[in-house]
Design a protein around this ligand. Structure first.
Ligand code: TXA
Ligand code: MG
Length: 331
């Protein structure tokens, strides 16, 4: 049985999926300031945005996603100046922010007292994850709202992140007041989450900025597994899951399987195929990953066979998401 998808029709959907014009951004900002939830594009994935200083709006984000309250949200700001009002930056955090912001990197830092950010957003931790997204619509919305915005990926908890406005409409439906549509997102994977709240930097979630890029600035970084679940409440083993079972590192196809292909040479016998990248380009594969998982997640197939993806650069984040999608389901 496919898990709950609300039964909104396409015609009804278009009522609140709007092209991200400057008027629409202004409207979204007014809605966010009044406590409503608005979905917007970032360069990684679409976010489900709400005023981070409004406890009730933040609670509504958890409810709309079906997200456990122990899993904290990322607070979005236009840049480092706004971020410094919310969290404590040391020289190291300033250097990393200057180098990678705006961009697909979230920094976990110690919360400032009186930052105004809802305690629920941090799930009671004394740290807060902050990100300055590069997408011009995200930037415009943050500036127009003039408040920090919490924005988890705009999917139901445990599901694949949305890289198109239609994914958000199909999954979150009426819980969202407005969805700003700016087409497919460029990076396609969520931001890298880097914990700089302690002495040792820890990579809590591989993502759009690669470990190699960060290590160029920070030296060796502790791995996500070494950091452990206590430092990264959101990194449950099973996450980002389609309905169909996934089989990783597949070099042959079994009867009825759809194939998620990487590279030009593919094994025969698939029931359907989607090409992450024919030219074995990891950037292209990352951008296609979530949309193609959705595309192949159909009841007429027995499963999704995924060809091996190299483990370097963006391949680390791609393999992380695939492992979670393939993990035994907790629900
Ligand atoms: O690319 C992204 O980061 C997207 C876009 C919309 O910005 N957002 C996103 O949010 O992926 P979400 O909520 O789906 O993932 C946030 C991750 C979770 O794994 C969460 O546990 C972790 O960040 N996180 C948030 N606050 C944290 C904190 N204080 N300490 C440790 N991990 C934290
Ligand atoms: Mg998410």
């Amino acid at each position: 049985m496919p898990r709950a998808r609300n039964g909104v029709t396409c015609r009804a959907m278009t009522a609140w999926v709007v092209p991200a014009t400057s008027e629409a951004v202004e409207r979204a900002a007014r809605l966010a300031r009044s406590g409503a939830l608005v979905a917007f594009p970032t360069e990684t994935v679409y976010g489900l945005g709400a005023d981070a200083t409004d406890e009730r709006a933040v609670a509504a984000v958890f409810a709309a996603k079906g997200r456990p309250r122990f899993n904290p949200l990322i607070v979005h700001v236009p840049g480092i100046a706004e971020a410094e009002a919310l969290a404590e930056f040391d020289a190291r955090a300033r250097r990393i922010a200057a180098q990678f912001w705006p961009g697909p990197l979230s920094l976990v830092l110690r919360r400032r007292r009186n930052s105004g950010v809802s305690l629920l957003a941090s799930a009671g931790l004394d740290t807060v994850a902050i990100r300055a997204p590069a997408h011009p619509i995200a930037q415009a919305l943050l500036r127009a709202t003039d408040r920090p915005i919490v924005a988890p990926s705009a999917n139901r908890s445990g599901r694949v992140s949305p890289t198109e406005a239609g994914h958000v409409a199909a999954e979150l439906g009426a819980a969202v007041a407005l969805i700003l549509d700016a087409g497919r997102t460029r990076v396609g994977l969520e931001s890298t989450v880097l914990d700089l709240s302690g002495d040792t930097p820890a990579l809590l979630r591989p993502g759009g900025i690669t470990r190699e890029e960060l290590e160029g600035s920070l030296g060796a970084i502790a791995s996500p597994t070494a950091a452990g679940p206590s430092r990264s409440p959101g990194m449950l083993a099973s996450h980002y899951a389609p309905d169909l079972p996934l089989r990783l590192d597949a070099t042959e196809v079994r009867p009825g399987e759809a194939l998620l292909a990487f590279g030009a040479a593919v094994p025969p016998g698939f029931a359907a195929v989607a090409w992450l990248s024919r030219s074995a380009d990891l950037t292209e594969a990352a951008a296609n990953l979530f949309a193609m998982l959705r595309q192949l997640d159909r009841p007429e197939f027995t499963g999704i066979a995924v060809m091996p993806i190299p483990a370097h650069g963006l391949g680390q984040a791609i393999n992380d998401r695939l492992r979670r999608a393939a993990a035994p389901r907790s629900d």
